[in-house]
Design a protein around this ligand. Structure first.
Ligand SMILES: C[S@@+](CC[C@H](N)C(=O)[O-])C[C@H]1O[C@@H](n2cnc3c(N)ncnc32)[C@H](O)[C@@H]1O
Length: 291
């Protein structure tokens, strides 16, 4: 199979590749565990949900996609056995914290991941600084009776150097930032990937916790949403994605965004100070009515 055929088939990983799209945007195709650690100021990421690990008769049915449930991804099975899923989160988080002091880890507690994520929270209790609640405003209806509808996701905030305090030294730019963020979901940019977050989510963190020109890394880049937020806020971006098709979607999306002329901030005239909310809405553009 040629590289193009593999990408078109929507299944699979290809040899590692590094593509520098501009002075400020670099994306890498490959397993982030083989690429990390990379030096950056902030990590903002959403690891896979493990959506397709299900239970049957009180037991996990690993490696089995249950047909009656729609899968969020076409290129990624998203059904690691729980221990493997826990190891993936643990290894990547650990690698991130080696070179990056502040890590934002967006997760939704689901059947296929909650035990692993609760253990992760326990293991990193001394590094976990705060938890942001992302209120999506509309609950996803539960797929079975007696299950609570899920309306929010968590953004776990890990601070490598000073998690004991809730104060953000040198990161928090101005004013105050709530830890409840009401941001509507957005349609995914491509039907093959249904687990994307809205640009406003990473943009809000990037705007509040990084300075102009700093570098943000997303080791589970998916369709490149964190990169879009970086371009729109004038930050540098390093993205890593294992799946060849999602990598190509991210590449096209980021190239398009760069072409639209929002040059990296180093080339822009200095901005006038503006209230955080107004500036975010201006740069992000389409974050929904409550963005
Ligand atoms: C929840 S999605 C991220 C979606 C992204 N936030 C967006 O808005 O498009 C997780 C992504 O991680 C990718 N992935 C899974 N394991 C990986 C690994 N070991 N290294 C790099 N990427 C990986 C999956 O292919 C998937 O695209």
């Amino acid at each position: 199979m040629t590289e193009q055929e593999t990408i078109a088939a929507g299944k699979g990983t290809l040899d590692p590749l590094v593509v520098r799209l501009s002075d400020s945007v670099t994306i890498m195709r490959g397993d982030c565990r083989e690429v990390l650690p990379v030096e950056c100021d902030v990590v903002f990421t959403s690891p896979p949900y493990n959506m397709n690990l299900r239970i049957r008769g009180g037991k996990y049915c690993s490696r089995q996609i249950v047909d009656e449930f729609s899968t969020k991804y076409q290129g990624y099975a998203d059904n690691l056995p729980l221990e493997e899923y826990e190891r993936l989160n643990d290894e990547v988080l650990n690698l991130c914290l080696r070179e990056c002091p502040l890590v934002f880890w967006n997760v939704q507690f689901l059947t296929g991941n909650k035990r692993a994520l609760f253990r992760l929270v326990g293991k990193y209790a001394d590094t976990l600084k705060d938890v942001i609640v992302w209120d999506k405003l509309v609950a996803q209806p539960a797929m079975a009776e007696g299950v609570m509808n899920s309306r929010w996701e968590a953004v776990l905030v890990f601070d490598r150097d000073n998690a004991i305090s809730r104060q953000f030294d040198g990161h928090f730019k101005r004013g105050t930032v709530d830890n409840l963020w009401q941001i509507q979901r957005e349609r995914s940019v491509d039907d093959s990937h249904g687990a994307t977050f809205p640009v406003t989510l990473p943009a809000r963190a990037i705007d509040a916790f990084t300075a102009d020109g700093q570098t943000v890394c997303d080791p589970f880049m998916g369709t490149g949403t964190t990169g879009i937020a970086c371009i729109r806020t004038g930050r540098k971006f390093i993205g890593i994605e294992k799946d060849a098709r999602y990598f190509e979607i991210a590449r096209a999306r980021l190239e398009n965004e760069l072409r639209q002329g929002l040059l990296p901030l180093t080339h822009n005239p200095p901005r006038q100070p503006e209230p955080v909310g107004d500036r975010l809405n201006a740069v992000v553009g389409h974050g929904g009515k409550n963005a």
